[in-house]
Design a protein around this ligand. Sequence first.
Ligand SMILES: Nc1nc2c(ncn2[C@@H]2O[C@H](COP(=O)(O)OP(=O)(O)OP(=O)(O)O)[C@@H](O)[C@H]2O)c(=O)[nH]1
Ligand SMILES: [Mg+2]
Length: 364
Amino acid sequence: MDASKGGRSWFTPLMATASQAIIERFPLVDYILEIRDSRVPFSSKYQNSQHIPSKSRHLVVLNKKDLASPSQTQNWMRHFEGQNYNCCGLNAHNKDDITKLLNFIQAQVSKMNVDRSKPTATIMVVGIPNVGKSAIVNSLHQIGRISSTEKGKLKHTIVSPHPGETKDIGSFKIASKPNIFVLDTPGVLVPEVLNIEMCSNLALTGAIEDSLAGEYQIAKYFLAILNSSEEYRHWKNLKAQEDNNGPSQNHLLGRDSDSAEPGRKKRQYPTDHTQDFIVKDVRRVLYNTISTFQGNLEHESQMMRLIESQLLALLEAFRIPPDSGNDKLHRVSTKLINLYRTGRLGHYTLETPLPTRDQHTIVI
Ligand SMILES: Nc1nc2c(ncn2[C@@H]2O[C@H](COP(=O)(O)OP(=O)(O)OP(=O)(O)O)[C@@H](O)[C@H]2O)c(=O)[nH]1
Ligand SMILES: [Mg+2]
């Protein structure tokens, strides 16, 4: 995959300007939160992090931990701590996580400001696009320890599933005495061509606009990961239910399939509106196609054969008519990627902290 496609590039002029503006602020701010995506902590490294003046004023935040494998997030945290970074896993939409982060920031600020001579501290949030910088800033601002008058005038920075949403540096107050302000910044990617695996990881996790990589390619990449992982095994009981009852009829009854399971709290997926019975059918199709596949998934051509058959089988699960024209594979791909990105098809960490061929040569 190239940095540009059809005259468009992921490194936009706005990114170049923002990149410079952010670097110029490094010496002026008191602390930096570098946000990475827990699913790809290596590929989501912020390109200008070498300009951050000191490790003691730099926290690596592994955000979207709810979408990653919890044990792998622990491994990554140990990895960063082993390199003398402060590091934490975070879900930007989880109040407890944000409260802990706010406590940490306040503790750092008071350590840096022991004589309380400085009335204001500034924290800058940096990272590649779509890793959740604005979501974290909004959450910190909302639970911020500020006066009730200031609480009445809360601002919002735009949070969106599409990369490149934040265009300017914005300031949000999160604490008083001393005042602490957090700067939200636009996402910045590397300008040069990346290796194919990093590109694929960034495309799948949403750091690069989907149309640059192509939805069909991204969906195929996700299926290759799913087919090589153990996640689909969690859906075995769906197969057993089908054997006993036939295919899902919940939609006919207008019933929410997840809420039908006793003792399970219904999960919320704010950016995904796919109904539960469809998700269940998608999981069932994926489970059936993988578990009955006779070929050898180590062979690329056989993996591709499985993937292509899965995309066709998923048309029915997503209720896309097979005669719905040339864009049917595009539609099924878009829906599949969306389910993956909202965590409804399992939790995947796509990179390991162990030194591998490529990762070994690059110092984080
Ligand atoms: N599941 C999950 N989704 C998250 C989390 N943090 C952010 N998101 C979602 O990720 C998407 C991107 O979030 P933003 O806060 O807009 O990302 P950003 O880093 O500011 O992106 P740019 O402004 O484009 O650089 C949104 O759909 C958020 O709701 C998280 O911890 N978990
Ligand atoms: Mg943003």
